[in-house]
Design a protein around this ligand. Sequence first.
Ligand code: AMP
Ligand code: ZN
Length: 650
Amino acid sequence: MDMRAMVDRLNELARAYYTLDDPLVSDGEYDALYDELVALERETGTILPDSPTQRVGGEILEEFVKFTHEKPLYSLDKAQSFDELRAWDKRVRGRLTEKEASELSYMVELKFDGLTLVAIYDDGLLTRGVTRGNGTVGEEITAQMRTIRTVPLHIPREGHRVFQGEGLMPYSALKTYNETAAIPLKNPRNGAAGALRNLDTRETARRNLICYFYATLDGPEEFATDGEEKDYMRALGLPVHPHSKICATLDEVMEEILEIEKIRPQLDVMIDGVVVKVNNLPYREKLGYTVKAPRWAIAYKFEAEEATTLLKDVAWNVGRTGKVTPTALLEPVDIGGVTIARATLNNFDDIQRKGVKIGGRVFLRRSNDVIPEILGKADDLGREIEMIEHCPSCGTQLIQRGVHSFCPNTLSCTPQLIARINHYASRDAMDIRGLSEKTIGGLMAAGHLHSIADLYELDPQELLELEGFGQKRTENLLTAIDQSKERPLDQLIYGLGIGQVGKKTARDLALHFDSLEELKGATREELEALDDIGPETSQAIATFFTDPHILSTLEELEAAGVRGKKIKGEEKSQQLAGKTVVITGTLSQSRSHFQELLQAHGAKVTGSVSKNTDFLLAGEKGGSKRDKAEALGIPILSESDLEALLEEAE
Ligand code: AMP
Ligand code: ZN
């Protein structure tokens, strides 16, 4: 392959990976070709302008150069309520003829909250990146823009082309960055703006920004609607967010706005509202502009997802594994209609890096997790938070493992025991219905429960003494406990709560080993010979089975008749065996969750849709894969379709 072909191939592979989320080759193959290109560039001293090696940054610029926009970038008018939106709709219709108004449709899209970017391409090559600035004059950030992997360095079109989009730091990138950053970033907007307006392009590259384009500012018109414009940009390889909707009526627009508000916490990019645009481009021309904004578009702003509040105190809690974690107790604050009084602080390291103090103000953000996260400090007031040295529950001296503190007293530290037994009884483990955390706590307080094995020794009288337990409830619970003896081995292994062993690993282990006894006897080498089991997991399993307290509990379980039924790969929920499945779009949980679920039922999960695909699991939107599946006539299943399918076969 010559240099040109290598660059083209690498750019194609990168686009599939970053923009289409649909890798064509393994990471290893990409890296090998990339290294080859680096070597060739070094050898020949030539670097093509669209070479992917130009993306890593490295240049440190002297200063920013001003750039006057060819066409001014407009601002957007705002609507704060549906009433204001209705008024805008009325104004729009008033400026159109009756016939035009009857044909009018709107495009509703996300209003990204990052830094506006303008990308200029000449005869296919990315020649300039510019910030918005004051709308008339911006700053050149070409080198910075090149580090954004989703911005193509080359598009398959001649001529002068100008596109507008938004540079963004995904929440996931922010999280990863903050794990090691000396100064954590407070929010993705600052993260993106600070990266792009940074003279050190290595720092820009480090932030792993992405970009979504939403407008064509120059270039021969090849489209009549916003929808076609988006398709045009996509066809050029420009990243366009899959979530946008054409609405025929204002009612539909409002419905869509509510929908977007609902999925907002699941998005990986920060948005501060939606933009409603007239979909028909000829009508846009007719509607024109005021001095500062187009008449054909309006921004509907959401309430802020972030807030600052007072950090009143920090509470330390002990979890199932003995991990002791700090929770921030806050002056209650409303974020987007939800009152927030607690937030997670992860660990002491995190507290120190963020520099938050008791009595000081903090930034917090509502996220898709139940408990919101503190992003950093908002002032320098307050007193230092001190690390605790003893377990807040049992007083045992804590030990440090990595960045986390643990209470080593697995024997009698109450919250650890409650959580452990609760996990054992949970649905995916031994599925003991009717055994709540409260019941476990009550039994422990009364001295009837000291370990998992004691569950099988409970007598009715002990339960009847508990508040809320009558004859019926007692019987039901005892029956449920008894029935748990019949659970398959994988659920038992999972229920024991071995560190690092989640549902998937428990299943892998249960498929390989016939009994708990066999698993106990396995060497670390034997364990690591299994797919997906690395040294950390094998270590955790080995340690688990050497703890004398655990060993005696296991003996008691065995004596009580809890053995874990042997499972076979073919017998256990293999209703998707031999099926090839592709996942796309935004789902209610992470992709890896669904990947595991599908694999657990025997399916193979691949990255791209082909005629060999049996079905596509599609979440919200999901652009190219969905289109392809439709074109190939491959069934498209929603999450609930999948659920129904799995239940049906069970
Ligand atoms: P504002 O800065 O609040 O006046 O809003 C206008 C800005 O919204 C534009 O300059 C863009 O940076 C930004 N924006 C984000 N998403 C979009 C979108 N989908 N369409 C148009 N503008 C957008
Ligand atoms: Zn403790």
